[in-house]
Ligand binder design. Structure first.
Ligand SMILES: NC(=O)c1ccc[n+]([C@@H]2O[C@H](COP(=O)([O-])OP(=O)(O)OC[C@H]3O[C@@H](n4cnc5c(N)ncnc54)[C@H](OP(=O)(O)O)[C@@H]3O)[C@@H](O)[C@H]2O)c1
Length: 232
């Protein structure tokens, strides 16, 4: 059975995806910042890309090589650009993109050798259509689109696919921290399906994208957003 590494799977989308893939028989390694007493889990802060070496070495020694990587950990930040500090800017870019770029570079050699690999990035519709006062978050997410297209070309002959999923608003701890009850109602008002996406819908799409049925899909981004990007 294949080994899967899901970053940011101590809560929200990543946690539900981990549960789903374990139930499907995959061996799953999870990460987060919280300290959790669960099997195949490491508490690691990805705002410092140097920690990626620790993560990769720990996983290799205690779990095994990675066949499937889900680049999921991320932080949302709502702030006008003129209020941003450089340190915070770098940390968010590191957490949301740079650490995952580097982690991908470490797992790809094994995938190339095995002539099999699946990489799924959890981006955001914020990176697809833009979002006022979230320019940094949006930039960290749209970075995945160029990354995926280029890497898809580079790795196509090795049977390695790389795709992104761009969720709309999903009800998770991230959303609960970003929106109060009033803001949630206002948000749902502009979502065509008038509902939050459920984390399990993202998990189901991940499951499909890593399956053999999806072997021809690479370099793509799929918006899973309850219609939010339609008409944009
Ligand atoms: N919820 C939405 O509406 C939505 C929409 C579009 C895209 N997304 C994306 O979906 C992904 C998952 O988000 P979610 O909604 O499931 O949020 P969540 O419940 O807050 O989960 C985020 C996960 O990422 C981890 N994480 C955050 N910053 C980290 C850091 N610096 N180092 C290591 N781990 C870190 C968290 O770990 P700890 O909790 O242990 O600190 C947690 O496991 C994110 O990339 C997010 O941008 C979410």
């Amino acid at each position: 059975m294949k080994n899967v590494l899901i970053t940011g799977s101590s809560s929200g989308i990543g946690k539900i995806a981990a549960e789903k893939l374990k139930a499907e028989g995959y061996n799953v390694f999870q990460t987060g910042r919280k300290k959790l007493d669960i099997e195949n889990y490491l508490s690691i802060d990805l705002s410092d890309p140097k920690n990626v070496n620790k993560l990769y070495n720990y996983v290799k020694e205690n779990f095994g090589e990675i066949d499937i990587l889900i680049n999921n950990a991320g932080e949302y930040l709502y702030s006008p650009i003129d209020k941003m500090k450089l340190d915070e800017t770098i940390k968010i870019f590191n957490s949301n993109f740079i650490s995952h770029y580097y982690l991908t570079s470490l797992v790809v050699p094994y995938m190339k050798q095995k002539k099999f690999g699946r990489i799924v990035n959890i981006a955001s519709i914020s990176g697809v259509v833009g979002e006022a006062n979230a320019s940094l978050y949006s930039a960290t997410k749209s970075a995945y689109f160029g990354f995926s297209k280029s890497l898809a070309l580079e790795l196509a002959e090795y049977n390695i696919t790389i795709n992104s999923i761009s969720p709309g608003w999903v009800e998770t701890p991230l959303t609960n921290a970003a929106l109060n009850e009033q803001e949630k109602m206002e948000t749902l008002d502009v979502v065509p399906q008038k509902r939050f996406v459920e984390p399990v819908e993202i998990a189901n799409l991940i499951k499909y994208l890593i399956s053999d049925s999806a072997k021809g899909i690479t370099g793509q981004n799929i918006n899973l957003c309850a219609g939010l990007t339609c008409g944009c």
